[in-house]
Design a binder for this molecule. Structure first.
Ligand code: IPD
Ligand code: CA
Ligand code: CA
Length: 263
């Protein structure tokens, strides 16, 4: 038996309520490292979601941020980021999300990204489309870089390395209208899918950050791939580029030029 989009949306709705309630109740926060926090809400939502999945689909495998890999039938795999943008969440910034995706034989079939403070639910089903609160969405139709807004992010542990992403940020800041850093990769991808921004790229993300967003963008008519066409989007460390189909190749060319300079 396979899950339905409705089922996943219902679970995420409950999780969104948990996130908002816990935010108001004096959160316990623990440091994984300097810029990497885990709150009670991360742990509680992840446990809630895994429980829901295993109640309905006991054999499925799960890849979740806080508890890692839960082995099961690899043909059915779930990706969970209980709170994406934990730093924002812990500081009371409303830019955070809950991201859940279901993949069958390595292809993402269902994706849900919720932003509880705005009550926005971005959802997608393979072959059927992407929606924001039930209304169909599509990527932007902007054709020129100079008219484009992009989003990116920076991993703290890469800041002093050639993979810091700072050069890409500076170069693209000259080429486009502006580049933002919002702090929730899943939400960034959802914003590309609904056309609020033209593109997003980031280095060294994880599969749970991107799985739902990948489907949202593809079903919304956008393009997503690894940054330089190497590696995987759903395994290991993920370098990702996503954009509308006209802007995508332009970004790819510039990011390739920047990479060539570092070798
Ligand atoms: C983080 C967010 C952020 C990105 C980081 C991620 P987390 O996820 O997606 O936007 O820049 O790389 O680790 O830790 O808040 O789930
Ligand atoms: Ca994350
Ligand atoms: Ca997280």
């Amino acid at each position: 038996m396979e899950p339905t989009l409705e089922q996943v949306i219902n679970w995420v709705r409950e999780a969104a309520l948990m996130a908002q309630q816990m935010r108001g109740e004096g959160l316990q926060v623990r440091h994984k490292s300097k810029a990497d926090l885990v709150t009670e809400a991360d742990t509680a939502i992840e446990a809630f979601m895994i429980n829901k999945i295993h109640e309905s689909f006991p054999g499925h495998s799960v890849n979740a941020e806080e508890t890692g890999q839960h082995d099961g039938d690899q043909e059915h795999e779930w990706f969970i980021d209980p709170i994406d943008g934990t730093l924002n969440y812990a500081h009371g910034l409303p830019l955070y999300s809950i991201s859940v995706a279901y993949a069958h034989r390595g292809e993402v079939k269902l994706g849900v990204i919720a932003n509880p403070p705005m009550q926005e639910y971005f959802t997608a089903e393979a072959g059927k489309g992407s929606w924001l609160n039930g209304k169909p969405i599509g990527v932007s139709e902007t054709r020129e870089l100079i008219d484009s807004m992009l989003i990116t992010g920076f991993r703290y542990h890469l800041l002093d390395t050639p993979r810091s992403n700072i050069n890409n940020f500076i170069r693209l800041s000259h080429e486009v209208q502006t580049v933002r850093r919002l702090g929730s990769a899943a939400l960034d991808l959802a914003y590309v899918a609904c056309g609020r921004v033209e593109g997003f790229w980031e280095i060294a993300l994880n599969p749970w950050d991107v799985a739902a967003g990948i489907l949202l963008i593809r079903e919304a008519g956008g393009i997503v791939s690894t940054l330089h066409g190497e590696g995987h989007l759903l395994k290991g460390s993920v370098d990702i580029l996503a954009a509308n189909p006209v802007i995508f190749p332009k970004l790819q060319t510039i990011l390739r030029e920047e990479r060539a300079k570092t070798f």
